[in-house]
Design a protein around this ligand. Structure first.
Ligand code: BES
Ligand code: MN
Ligand code: MN
Length: 456
């Protein structure tokens, strides 16, 4: 690894220029009008895998967005590392809140500002460049495969099928992913838990048309009023979720495990300041890290209905809608939770409104074991470049496909992410510190080195 730092130093501007080229393509998976961008993006990624030294790379069709697959096999007896990442990004609205164009990356204050700068183009590209380094310096100690998808932000619906159909192609010993956060620039961590997700949309219908709120108000159930009451009743005054059976399968951690978790540094004041709130709120009896790491949660993501344009229009609306997500923890099953939610939501609706419930996203949580050589390799790699042993943490976020990898391919995943919670992923002004981008490129080759050594 003698040449590692020198290699990064020599090529850092080019690495950035190449990343910017990827960022400039608005690969928003949620928007049909960006379909051509998805295809362009996949093609560009295939080319960058080939340029970085892959023996083969291809854009592979699925029933949804294409998957980019690439590989370099250096020895039949060497372990194989499968890198997973996603090239799709979240929508950028509200545009007026961005300080610079979301798809025109800019460097300010030592950070890259753009949609996808962190999630996941910036983090994914670190792997491409680390791979390039290993190939060019003859220091590739493992076989490498890349699987990069374009539907993560909309639920990875085609990827599970893709995995089923390509079991042989995707054979690997470990999956390595950078799509999560670490505690702080000077406090490395490895994500060992992800939450699952159950995402529902509800539609309430009252009268067959919007009614005059003077002529009818007070005599007819208003679906927006009703929806607010129903949603309010989904949590109690301790912020516990009231859906019967909801907590039945929640894995309860021992006091020792909770004490261990509490050792991770956490600055409440900085946390509040960063998200601009003056108080935190959540389930009674749990710390903030526990509330996001080991406890489930329920949130309204959006709610609408009736008249929302300028000025006043006196109506009693016919319909009301909400998108409600539940983040799940081991061993909650997202399809079971969907059913519990639907049954309960229907049962609490008063007469006079009709309820429709649809499931939009589903995903299981994931727990990554720490007593494996893969975890050890990741830990040693981060310790090497951060001069500090990383802390295992449980994240509140979800990457539903990770548990499918284990189920379909039988392969475990290491979540070695280099993002920060302050990177504003999914928000206006997403950013990624340059230092993290380069630190990632520096750390990844050490993962390969230690993983190969420990596999012997
Ligand atoms: N990279 C994130 C997930 C993440 C971020 C996990 C930080 C842990 C720490 C991923 O791209 C994401 O946004 N996932 C979605 C999943 C959903 C769209 C099915 C999420 O968590 O909302
Ligand atoms: Mn992501
Ligand atoms: Mn995301």
């Amino acid at each position: 690894m003698d040449q590692l730092n020198q290699y990064i130093e020599e090529h850092k501007q080019r690495f950035l220029d190449e990343l910017f080229e990827l960022i400039r393509i608005p690969s928003i998976s949620a928007k049909p009008e960006n379909k051509a961008d998805m295809i362009k993006m996949a093609g560009l990624l295939r080319d960058s895998l080939l340029e970085a030294g892959a023996d083969e790379a291809a854009v592979m069709e699925t029933s949804g967005q294409p998957v980019v697959f690439g590989s370099k096999l250096v020895g039949p007896d060497l372990p194989t590392v499968l890198i997973y990442g996603h090239y799709d990004v979240q929508p950028v609205e509200p545009l007026e809140l961005w300080d610079s164009e979301p798809f025109e990356p800019e460097i300010r204050d030592g950070k890259i500002w753009a949609r996808g700068a962190d999630d996941d183009k910036g983090q994914l590209f670190m792997h491409v460049k680390a791979f390039e380094f290993m190939v060019n310096t003859g220091e590739l100690p493992c076989n490498v495969k890349f699987m990069i998808e374009g539907e993560e932000e909309v639920g990875s619906s085609s990827l599970k099928e893709f995995c089923r159909k390509n079991q042989e192609l995707l054979k690997a010993d470990i999956i390595l992913v950078s799509d999560t956060t670490m505690i702080a620039t000077d406090t490395p961590s490895i994500t060992v838990g992800l939450r699952g997700l159950s995402y529902m949309e509800v539609e309430l219908t009252g009268p067959g048309r919007d009614l005059h709120s003077g002529l009818f108000g007070g005599a007819v159930a208003n679906p927006v009023n009703v929806l607010c009451k129903m949603i309010a009743s989904l949590t109690n005054d301790k912020n516990e979720i009231t859906i019967p059976g909801f907590y039945d399968d929640v894995l309860v951690l021992s006091q020792e495990e909770r004490d261990e978790m509490a050792k991770a540094p956490f600055d409440t004041e900085a946390y509040k300041k960063e998200i601009e709130v003056d108080a935190l709120d959540g389930e009674k009896g749990y710390t903030t890290l526990e509330r996001t790491g080991i406890r489930p949660s329920l949130d309204v993501n959006g709610i609408w209905g009736g008249y929302t344009e300028e000025g006043a229009k006196t109506i009693l609306p016919s319909k009301a809608f909400a998108k409600i997500s539940m983040r799940l923890v081991p061993h909650q099953n997202s399809t079971d939770i969907d059913k519990l939610f639907e049954n309960h939501f229907r049962s609490i609706a008063p007469e006079g409104v009709r309820v429709d419930v649809r499931s939009l996203h589903n995903g299981q949580g994931y727990v990554s074991p720490t007593d494996t050589i893969a975890y050890q390799a990741a830990s040693k790699a981060m310790e090497q470049t951060f001069n500090q042993r990383p802390i295992p943490t449980r994240s509140g976020g979800s990457i539903p496909i990770i548990s499918d990898f284990e189920e379909v391919l039988g392969i475990k995943t290491i979540l070695m992410g280099f993002g920060l919670e302050s990177d504003a992923i999914h928000s206006p002004n997403e950013n990624y510190p340059l230092e993290h981008f380069y630190k990632g490129i520096e750390t990844i080759p050490y993962f390969f080195k230690y993983y190969a050594e420990l596999s012997k």
